[in-house]
Design a protein around this ligand. Structure first.
Ligand SMILES: [Zn+2]
Length: 282
Protein backbone atom coordinates (compact mmCIF):
# COMPACT_ATOMS: atom_id res chain seq x y z
CA UNK A 1 0.00 0.00 0.00
CA UNK A 2 2.92 2.34 0.44
CA UNK A 3 3.58 3.19 -3.15
CA UNK A 4 6.69 5.32 -3.11
CA UNK A 5 6.63 5.76 -6.83
CA UNK A 6 9.85 3.82 -7.23
CA UNK A 7 10.84 2.13 -10.44
CA UNK A 8 10.69 4.98 -12.86
CA UNK A 9 9.18 8.11 -11.39
CA UNK A 10 11.88 10.29 -9.99
CA UNK A 11 12.26 13.97 -9.41
CA UNK A 12 10.90 13.97 -5.92
CA UNK A 13 12.73 16.78 -4.14
CA UNK A 14 14.22 16.36 -0.71
CA UNK A 15 11.35 18.10 1.09
CA UNK A 16 8.84 15.98 -0.84
CA UNK A 17 10.69 12.81 0.17
CA UNK A 18 10.71 13.94 3.79
CA UNK A 19 7.00 14.58 3.70
CA UNK A 20 6.36 11.15 2.25
CA UNK A 21 8.50 9.52 4.92
CA UNK A 22 6.68 11.47 7.63
CA UNK A 23 3.34 10.39 6.24
CA UNK A 24 4.45 6.78 6.07
CA UNK A 25 5.69 6.92 9.65
CA UNK A 26 2.41 8.43 10.82
CA UNK A 27 0.45 5.78 8.95
CA UNK A 28 2.56 2.98 10.39
CA UNK A 29 2.12 4.42 13.87
CA UNK A 30 -1.66 4.55 13.56
CA UNK A 31 -1.90 1.10 12.02
CA UNK A 32 0.38 -0.55 14.53
CA UNK A 33 -1.53 1.12 17.33
CA UNK A 34 -4.88 0.08 15.95
CA UNK A 35 -3.93 -3.46 15.06
CA UNK A 36 -2.33 -4.51 18.27
CA UNK A 37 -1.20 -8.08 18.59
CA UNK A 38 -2.95 -9.85 21.43
CA UNK A 39 -3.05 -13.42 22.64
CA UNK A 40 -6.56 -14.81 22.41
CA UNK A 41 -7.35 -16.78 25.59
CA UNK A 42 -9.82 -19.07 23.80
CA UNK A 43 -7.80 -20.05 20.74
CA UNK A 44 -4.41 -19.58 22.42
CA UNK A 45 -3.20 -17.84 19.26
CA UNK A 46 -1.59 -14.45 18.86
CA UNK A 47 -3.75 -12.28 16.65
CA UNK A 48 -3.79 -8.79 15.23
CA UNK A 49 -7.01 -7.09 16.16
CA UNK A 50 -8.30 -3.69 15.12
CA UNK A 51 -10.80 -3.09 17.89
CA UNK A 52 -10.99 -3.25 21.63
CA UNK A 53 -13.40 -5.74 23.16
CA UNK A 54 -15.62 -2.82 24.25
CA UNK A 55 -15.69 -1.44 20.71
CA UNK A 56 -16.62 -4.84 19.31
CA UNK A 57 -19.49 -5.22 21.77
CA UNK A 58 -20.80 -1.69 21.12
CA UNK A 59 -20.52 -1.96 17.32
CA UNK A 60 -22.25 -5.35 17.34
CA UNK A 61 -25.13 -3.93 19.39
CA UNK A 62 -25.42 -0.97 17.05
CA UNK A 63 -25.36 -3.16 13.95
CA UNK A 64 -27.87 -5.74 15.23
CA UNK A 65 -31.10 -3.91 14.27
CA UNK A 66 -29.80 -3.32 10.74
CA UNK A 67 -28.83 -6.96 10.41
CA UNK A 68 -32.32 -8.00 11.53
CA UNK A 69 -33.89 -5.60 9.03
CA UNK A 70 -31.99 -7.16 6.14
CA UNK A 71 -33.56 -10.55 6.92
CA UNK A 72 -37.21 -9.64 7.30
CA UNK A 73 -36.94 -8.54 10.92
CA UNK A 74 -37.04 -10.64 14.06
CA UNK A 75 -39.29 -13.68 14.13
CA UNK A 76 -42.39 -13.02 16.26
CA UNK A 77 -42.62 -16.69 17.34
CA UNK A 78 -41.60 -16.56 21.00
CA UNK A 79 -41.41 -20.33 21.44
CA UNK A 80 -38.70 -20.59 18.77
CA UNK A 81 -36.83 -17.61 20.19
CA UNK A 82 -36.93 -19.20 23.65
CA UNK A 83 -35.54 -22.50 22.34
CA UNK A 84 -32.66 -20.68 20.62
CA UNK A 85 -32.01 -18.65 23.79
CA UNK A 86 -32.02 -21.81 25.91
CA UNK A 87 -29.53 -23.69 23.76
CA UNK A 88 -27.33 -20.62 23.13
CA UNK A 89 -27.20 -19.61 26.78
CA UNK A 90 -26.43 -23.19 27.80
CA UNK A 91 -23.36 -23.20 25.55
CA UNK A 92 -22.24 -19.79 26.83
CA UNK A 93 -22.74 -20.88 30.46
CA UNK A 94 -20.80 -24.12 30.10
CA UNK A 95 -18.11 -23.19 27.58
CA UNK A 96 -17.16 -19.53 27.99
CA UNK A 97 -14.77 -18.90 30.90
CA UNK A 98 -16.18 -16.59 33.59
CA UNK A 99 -13.44 -14.00 33.06
CA UNK A 100 -13.97 -13.83 29.29
CA UNK A 101 -15.09 -10.25 28.52
CA UNK A 102 -17.68 -11.41 25.95
CA UNK A 103 -19.42 -13.83 28.31
CA UNK A 104 -22.13 -11.45 29.56
CA UNK A 105 -22.83 -9.97 26.15
CA UNK A 106 -24.16 -12.84 24.05
CA UNK A 107 -27.60 -12.35 22.51
CA UNK A 108 -29.39 -14.73 20.16
CA UNK A 109 -31.86 -13.59 17.54
CA UNK A 110 -34.22 -15.57 15.29
CA UNK A 111 -34.72 -13.86 11.93
CA UNK A 112 -38.07 -14.20 10.21
CA UNK A 113 -36.51 -14.86 6.77
CA UNK A 114 -37.86 -18.24 5.64
CA UNK A 115 -35.85 -18.36 2.36
CA UNK A 116 -32.24 -17.68 3.30
CA UNK A 117 -30.57 -20.64 5.01
CA UNK A 118 -27.98 -18.98 7.18
CA UNK A 119 -26.59 -18.03 10.57
CA UNK A 120 -24.29 -15.12 11.41
CA UNK A 121 -22.29 -13.58 14.20
CA UNK A 122 -21.65 -9.88 14.58
CA UNK A 123 -18.66 -8.89 16.72
CA UNK A 124 -19.15 -8.82 20.46
CA UNK A 125 -21.79 -11.57 20.78
CA UNK A 126 -24.79 -10.75 18.57
CA UNK A 127 -25.79 -14.05 16.96
CA UNK A 128 -28.49 -14.63 14.34
CA UNK A 129 -30.15 -17.66 12.82
CA UNK A 130 -32.80 -17.56 10.10
CA UNK A 131 -36.13 -19.35 10.30
CA UNK A 132 -35.14 -21.03 7.03
CA UNK A 133 -32.10 -22.69 8.61
CA UNK A 134 -34.01 -23.54 11.80
CA UNK A 135 -36.71 -25.29 9.80
CA UNK A 136 -34.07 -27.58 8.21
CA UNK A 137 -32.53 -28.65 11.53
CA UNK A 138 -33.72 -31.97 12.94
CA UNK A 139 -32.42 -31.97 16.51
CA UNK A 140 -31.56 -29.62 19.36
CA UNK A 141 -27.97 -30.85 19.08
CA UNK A 142 -27.82 -29.54 15.50
CA UNK A 143 -29.04 -26.15 16.71
CA UNK A 144 -26.30 -26.30 19.34
CA UNK A 145 -23.83 -27.05 16.53
CA UNK A 146 -24.82 -23.96 14.55
CA UNK A 147 -24.80 -21.69 17.62
CA UNK A 148 -21.54 -23.19 18.90
CA UNK A 149 -19.89 -22.40 15.56
CA UNK A 150 -21.11 -18.79 15.66
CA UNK A 151 -20.06 -18.38 19.32
CA UNK A 152 -16.65 -19.58 18.10
CA UNK A 153 -16.42 -16.66 15.64
CA UNK A 154 -17.14 -14.18 18.45
CA UNK A 155 -14.68 -15.63 20.96
CA UNK A 156 -11.96 -16.03 18.35
CA UNK A 157 -12.57 -12.35 17.48
CA UNK A 158 -12.63 -13.07 13.76
CA UNK A 159 -14.34 -9.72 12.97
CA UNK A 160 -11.64 -7.74 14.76
CA UNK A 161 -8.99 -9.74 12.91
CA UNK A 162 -10.73 -9.20 9.60
CA UNK A 163 -11.02 -5.47 10.30
CA UNK A 164 -7.28 -5.33 11.03
CA UNK A 165 -6.56 -6.96 7.67
CA UNK A 166 -8.90 -4.61 5.83
CA UNK A 167 -7.25 -1.56 7.35
CA UNK A 168 -3.93 -2.77 6.10
CA UNK A 169 -5.24 -3.12 2.58
CA UNK A 170 -7.63 -0.20 2.43
CA UNK A 171 -5.58 2.45 4.17
CA UNK A 172 -6.43 4.49 7.17
CA UNK A 173 -10.14 5.17 6.78
CA UNK A 174 -11.22 2.24 8.92
CA UNK A 175 -8.49 2.88 11.48
CA UNK A 176 -9.50 6.52 11.80
CA UNK A 177 -13.16 5.64 12.26
CA UNK A 178 -12.39 3.09 14.92
CA UNK A 179 -9.87 5.32 16.64
CA UNK A 180 -12.50 8.01 17.18
CA UNK A 181 -15.23 5.60 18.19
CA UNK A 182 -15.76 5.74 21.94
CA UNK A 183 -18.15 2.93 22.88
CA UNK A 184 -19.12 4.53 26.19
CA UNK A 185 -20.12 7.73 24.42
CA UNK A 186 -21.91 6.91 21.16
CA UNK A 187 -22.69 10.61 20.64
CA UNK A 188 -18.96 11.23 20.11
CA UNK A 189 -18.97 9.28 16.90
CA UNK A 190 -19.25 10.48 13.37
CA UNK A 191 -22.51 8.74 12.60
CA UNK A 192 -22.00 8.55 8.82
CA UNK A 193 -18.67 6.81 9.29
CA UNK A 194 -19.98 4.47 11.95
CA UNK A 195 -22.89 3.62 9.64
CA UNK A 196 -20.30 2.72 7.02
CA UNK A 197 -18.45 0.54 9.52
CA UNK A 198 -21.70 -1.19 10.42
CA UNK A 199 -22.37 -1.85 6.75
CA UNK A 200 -18.91 -3.34 6.40
CA UNK A 201 -19.42 -5.54 9.47
CA UNK A 202 -22.73 -6.88 8.19
CA UNK A 203 -21.22 -7.83 4.85
CA UNK A 204 -17.96 -9.11 6.28
CA UNK A 205 -16.91 -12.56 5.17
CA UNK A 206 -14.65 -14.74 7.23
CA UNK A 207 -11.85 -16.67 5.62
CA UNK A 208 -11.81 -20.43 5.26
CA UNK A 209 -9.31 -20.76 8.13
CA UNK A 210 -11.71 -18.83 10.37
CA UNK A 211 -14.57 -21.15 9.44
CA UNK A 212 -12.55 -24.25 10.21
CA UNK A 213 -11.40 -22.76 13.51
CA UNK A 214 -15.02 -22.01 14.46
CA UNK A 215 -16.04 -25.57 13.54
CA UNK A 216 -13.29 -26.88 15.82
CA UNK A 217 -14.26 -24.56 18.67
CA UNK A 218 -17.90 -25.50 18.08
CA UNK A 219 -17.12 -29.20 18.55
CA UNK A 220 -15.70 -28.51 22.01
CA UNK A 221 -18.44 -26.07 23.03
CA UNK A 222 -21.29 -28.34 21.95
CA UNK A 223 -19.90 -31.30 23.88
CA UNK A 224 -19.32 -29.22 27.02
CA UNK A 225 -22.94 -28.09 26.85
CA UNK A 226 -24.07 -31.73 26.85
CA UNK A 227 -24.72 -32.21 23.14
CA UNK A 228 -23.22 -34.79 20.83
CA UNK A 229 -20.58 -32.99 18.74
CA UNK A 230 -21.37 -35.33 15.81
CA UNK A 231 -24.53 -33.26 15.34
CA UNK A 232 -22.27 -30.70 13.62
CA UNK A 233 -21.71 -33.29 10.92
CA UNK A 234 -25.50 -33.53 10.60
CA UNK A 235 -25.67 -29.76 10.11
CA UNK A 236 -23.12 -29.92 7.31
CA UNK A 237 -25.04 -32.69 5.58
CA UNK A 238 -28.26 -30.68 5.77
CA UNK A 239 -26.48 -27.67 4.32
CA UNK A 240 -24.95 -29.73 1.54
CA UNK A 241 -28.37 -31.18 0.66
CA UNK A 242 -29.91 -27.72 0.65
CA UNK A 243 -27.10 -26.39 -1.53
CA UNK A 244 -26.45 -26.67 -5.19
CA UNK A 245 -25.89 -24.03 -7.79
CA UNK A 246 -26.98 -20.60 -6.70
CA UNK A 247 -27.90 -22.25 -3.45
CA UNK A 248 -28.35 -20.71 -0.06
CA UNK A 249 -26.29 -17.79 1.01
CA UNK A 250 -24.62 -19.93 3.65
CA UNK A 251 -22.21 -21.01 0.94
CA UNK A 252 -21.09 -17.49 0.20
CA UNK A 253 -19.98 -17.01 3.78
CA UNK A 254 -19.05 -20.56 4.67
CA UNK A 255 -16.79 -23.00 2.81
CA UNK A 256 -18.10 -26.14 1.19
CA UNK A 257 -19.81 -28.24 3.88
CA UNK A 258 -18.61 -31.53 2.41
CA UNK A 259 -14.96 -30.61 3.02
CA UNK A 260 -15.82 -29.46 6.51
CA UNK A 261 -17.35 -32.81 7.48
CA UNK A 262 -13.90 -34.39 7.24
CA UNK A 263 -12.27 -31.65 9.32
CA UNK A 264 -15.04 -31.81 11.93
CA UNK A 265 -14.48 -35.58 12.16
CA UNK A 266 -10.78 -34.94 12.80
CA UNK A 267 -11.59 -32.35 15.48
CA UNK A 268 -13.93 -34.82 17.22
CA UNK A 269 -11.27 -37.55 17.15
CA UNK A 270 -8.71 -35.15 18.56
CA UNK A 271 -11.06 -34.01 21.35
CA UNK A 272 -12.27 -37.55 22.13
CA UNK A 273 -9.49 -40.02 21.26
CA UNK A 274 -11.40 -42.79 23.03
CA UNK A 275 -14.63 -41.99 21.26
CA UNK A 276 -17.48 -39.61 21.97
CA UNK A 277 -18.79 -40.23 25.51
CA UNK A 278 -22.23 -41.83 25.71
CA UNK A 279 -25.34 -40.00 26.91
CA UNK A 280 -24.84 -36.76 25.05
CA UNK A 281 -27.99 -35.23 23.59
CA UNK A 282 -28.44 -35.61 19.83
ZN1 LIG B 1 -18.93 -19.42 10.14
Amino acid sequence: MYNNGGGGRRGCGLSGAKLIIALIMAAVAVISYMSRTEKNPVTGEKQRVAMTVEQEIALGLQAAPEMAQQFGGLDPDQATQQLVDKVGNQIVASSVPTDNPFKKHFQFHVLEDSQTINAFALPGGQIFITRALLSKLETEGQLAGVLGHEIGHVLARHSAEQAAKQQLTQGLTGAAVIATYDPSNPASRNSAQVAQMIGALINMKYGRADELESDKLGVGFVAKAGYDPRSLVGVMKILAAAGGRGGPEFFSTHPNPENRVEKIGEAIELAFPRGVPPGLKK
